[in-house]
Design a protein around this ligand. Structure first.
Ligand code: GLY
Length: 242
């Protein structure tokens, strides 16, 4: 019998670049795990993200670092593992404090899409330094502003969904807005088609979260395929708190 604690609160995604006992905390992101607006419907791999997630105040981040990140890295080292790579810790921010939901030794998807654009330090240099055991020499510099990623899925995801639908990408994108392919392919006529549940990640960066969200949704509205589906409320929780 497995008895699980039902953790209630907001999720947040913490990513560390680890090199043995050294680590750097990357910008904090918040994912939107449910398929539907207002966190309704089934759980997915993630329907959209934004960063920074301001629910994690500097004080809360210091607590997360002290109570979760540092002990986790120390525990890995104490097992005799010289871990060099990405540690992604999924947290639930409960009324009694942050609680760990999961550990992954990989970057989150779609968290990566909003974390990496916010780094002023070259991420490859960071990873190379971590692999070489000289992370402590790496300063971590961040760009100001906000990043958002809206996952454009195939209607039906995470259940069954159609594939092979021809995708028409926007002729023009708003500034500082880009599209990352996830579940796409070329058919035998060399047309771009959908080939997965999460089809595209529409990303934007701007001085404010509101502007970044606006740019991303403009691009989402401009792209076309028959079963196009995306949440309309990525970032809304943070915007509504202001
Ligand atoms: N977005 C959640 C994950 O990558 O596991």
């Amino acid at each position: 019998m497995l008895i699980e604690d039902c953790l209630v609160g907001e999720e947040t995604s913490i990513h560390l670049i680890v090199s043995g006992r050294d680590y750097l905390l990357l910008p904090v992101a918040q994912d939107h795990k449910r398929a539907g607006d207002n966190d309704t419907g089934p759980n997915t791999g993630g329907m959209g993200t934004y960063s920074p997630a301001e629910i994690v105040t500097p004080e809360l981040l210091a607590r997360i670092d002290r109570e979760i990140c540092r002990p986790s890295v120390e525990a890995i080292a104490a097992e005799g593992i010289d871990f060099r790579g990405t540690l992604f810790i999924g947290l639930m921010l409960t009324a009694t404090g942050p609680q760990v939901l999961e550990y992954n030794t990989r970057f989150g998807d779609p968290e990566t899409q909003v974390i990496l654009p916010r780094l002023a330090t070259d991420p490859l240099e960071l990873m190379w330094a971590a692999s070489q055991g000289r992370l402590e020499q790496m300063p971590l510099a961040l760009k100001p502003g906000y990043a958002v990623c809206v996952v454009v899925a195939a209607r039906g995801y995470p259940g069954s969904y159609p594939k092979g639908e021809v995708i028409i990408l926007p002729a023009e994108l708003p500034p500082e807005t880009w599209i990352i392919h996830a579940g796409t392919a070329l058919n035998d006529r060399h047309q771009l088609v959908s080939a997965g549940g999460r089809v595209l990640g529409v990303c934007a960066q701007a001085a404010s979260l509101c502007a970044a969200v606006g740019q991303a949704y403009t691009a989402c509205d401009r792209l076309q395929y028959a079963s196009k589906y995306f949440r309309r409320d990525i970032g809304a929780r943070q915007l509504n708190r202001k």
